[in-house]
Design a protein around this ligand. Sequence first.
Ligand code: MLT
Ligand code: MN
Length: 312
Amino acid sequence: MRMKILGSAAGGGLPQWNCNYYLSRAARSGLAGIHKRTQSSAAVSADGAAWVLFNVSPDIRQQIAETAVLQPSVNSQLRSTPIRAVVLTNADVDHIAGLLSLRERQPFAIYATVQVLAALDANSIFNVLDPELVPRRLLPLAEEVAIRDAEGLETGVTVECFPVSGKIALYLEDRQHPHANFSSNAGDTIGIRVAGGTAGGAVFYIPGCASIDAVLRAMLTDAYCLLFDGTVHADNELIAAGVSHKSGVRMGHLAMSGNAGSIAALADLNISRRVFIHINNTNPVLDENSAEYMSVRAAGWEVARDGMEIEF
Ligand code: MLT
Ligand code: MN
C-alpha cells in the first residue's frame, strides 16, 4: 500500500490568498524552512495504478499536475484517470470543493456518510458530476469496505470509517445561534482506517478531530501510522494571531500542545509514525526554525509536507 499526501495544509493553504500573517509572507518570499503547502487531501493505492482520493481540495488541479501517478498514462484512452474513487471525511469546503474540478464526464465513485451526501445533494452545483457517471455511495461506518470504482471493480483499497468528534461545515452553521454547540452528530466528521498491505499495520487518516476519547484511542491500537489533525498548535492561536475570534475547539480542531492536546493524549500509544496533517497557516510548526516545530519533532511527531509518501 502506498499513500501520498497531496495537500498538507488546512483550508486556505500556505500562503493563503488574502493572508499577510508572517507565515504566509515567509512562504511567499521563499524563506528557508517554510514550505508552501496546498489544501488537505491524500491519495492511496494498492497497486500503484488505481488511486483513491481522501478528500478533494480546491487545489486538486495543481496537486494532480504535480503528481505523475494521478495523471492519464501515455497509453491510456483519450480521456482517462488513475483516480477511481473519492472518500470524503466531512463536507468542509477544503474537502469537497475540488469535486467541481473533476467534472468532464469522467467516471469515478464518491463515498461519504449520510450527512456529507446530504450536503452534496443540497448543492445542485455538484450535479456537474452526473450521478450516472459518478455514483454517490453511502459509506457505512464501523465496517470494512472495499472501495470500488464507478463500474464496481475493486480498487484494492479497503477502509473502515468511524465517527470522530468534530463540527458541521462552516456554511451549515446556523447564524441565528452563534453560541450554539456545533459539535458533531456521529457521521458529520469521520476518520479513515486504511488496511495495510502485506507489510502489516494500518494507516489512520484523521484530518479533523475536536477531542480524543477512549473509543478513538482503542481504535488506534493497531496503527502503524497516524495522520492526525494538526490545524493549530495552541487552542487560542487564531485569536492570538489576530485573524479570528475562534478557538481551535470552536472550529472542531484539537490543539497539538497542552495537557489535553493531541501530543499528550496519544503519547502512550504504540504508533510507529505520527504525522500532523491539515496544518493551518497560523500554526508556528510551519516554520522549521521555530521552538514549536522543534518540540513537536522531539515529541516524536512529523509535520507533513506536500508530496510526502507512506508505504505500509
Ligand atoms: C475546517 O477545517 O475547520 C474548515 O475547513 C474551515 C473552513 O471551512 O474554512
Ligand atoms: Mn479544513
